[in-house]
Design a protein around this ligand. Structure first.
Ligand code: BTN
Length: 322
């Protein structure tokens, strides 16, 4: 129904339509019309309501421009193929489908909003419209399966470096959350299809909360998450940010393919906010507590426990330090 209302507005620019006319045309109740108008407003459409005249669409949200992104790319393959959607379930699913149909390495699926955005560990990812960068990239790296964490750590480094170049004090929380003011503003989800212990295709999903405002988040998330806009008190140009990010990421990817993980590991450790601090990691073997020393060559977290023993943790959730 929302689509029908929008279509009416698009086909009748600058015209008014009353709630009653809309409800007759769409064969739904006035309340249903009102709810849809409210939903459109939530999604960024400016719809004014005038007594006696009805509703008028004043401004539609500005959609991300693939052409503008392309004009700022300096890459060979990253982002050179791009599909932009207005709303889809998850860019991850679309990217896997596209990979099966022959998309090249570096192809990007981008959407204005996700209806079922996926986070790590089966969580959902809050992806409201027109304010974030919700994207997935297809990668076909020639690496063994156990090296896939390198890819996510590299992406975190690329994003964090780009933000720092813009004078934003971003840091990385192990393994690959991007943090601002100790709150998460971006996350990375890597999913792979493997064959014979080798990566056949990897889809790297990145969610960057760019211009979201406090009211765009459900109450319960606000303790842990933030956006670039909230943290820096200004709006960001999403196309420019994405282009900078893809440029930086491809540079690091080429560096990785040429020299291996060691240079990326050094960069990652320099940007991590917890090195040298006491941390608690929730693992399948219980909570592990100790001083974070860094990461090893496979991206596992190295910690020193209070008895001096060193531990390497491959998977777990880092609780905030105390
Ligand atoms: C995390 O839990 O930190 C990972 C979040 C990853 C979210 C992004 S948004 C674009 C892509 N599509 C998805 O469904 N998820 C990833």
């Amino acid at each position: 129904m929302m689509g029908q209302i929008l279509r009416w507005f698009r086909e009748h620019p600058d015209q008014y339509i009353s709630g009653e006319q809309l409800s007759k045309q769409l064969k739904v109740s006035r309340t249903a019309v009102w709810k849809q108008i409210r939903q459109l407003r939530n999604e960024g459409y400016k719809i004014e309501a005038y007594p006696k005249k009805g509703y008028k669409l004043v401004e539609a949200p500005r959609q991300i421009s693939a052409v503008k992104i392309a004009s700022m790319l300096k890459t060979v393959s990253f982002g050179q193929q791009m599909k932009c959607y207005e709303r889809i379930g998850s860019t991850q699913t679309k990217a896997f489908e596209w990979a099966e149909q022959g998309a090249r390495e570096g192809a990007v699926v981008l959407t204005e909003m996700q209806l079922s955005g996926k986070g790590r560990r089966g969580k959902t990812w809050h992806s409201p419209p027109y304010k974030g960068l919700w994207m997935s990239m297809i990668l076909k790296p020639v690496i063994p399966l156990q090296f896939t964490p390198h890819l996510t750590l590299m992406i975190a480094v690329a994003l964090c470096r780009v933000l720092r170049q813009q004078n934003v004090e971003a840091t990385i929380k192990w393994p690959n959350d991007i943090m601002l003011d100790q709150k998460k503003c971006a996350g990375i989800l890597l999913e792979t299809a493997a064959e014979d212990e080798r990566v056949r295709v990897a889809v790297a999903g990145i969610g960057i909360s760019v211009n979201l405002e406090l009211e765009d988040y459900p109450e319960e998330l606000l303790k842990h998450v933030t956006s670039l806009k909230i943290a820096t008190r200004r709006s960001w140009d999403r196309e420019q940010l994405l282009a900078y990010f893809l440029n930086e990421w491809e540079t690091l990817y080429l560096l990785y393919m040429a020299e291996g993980f060691e240079p990326i590991r050094g960069l990652w450790e320099a940007l991590c906010c917890h090195i040298g601090q006491t941390v608690e990691i929730l693992t399948v073997h219980g909570v592990k507590k100790g001083k974070m020393l860094g990461i090893n060559s496979l991206g596992a977290l190295k910690m020193e426990q209070h008895d001096g023993k060193q531990l390497e943790i491959y998977s777990g959730d880092l609780k905030n330090p105390f």
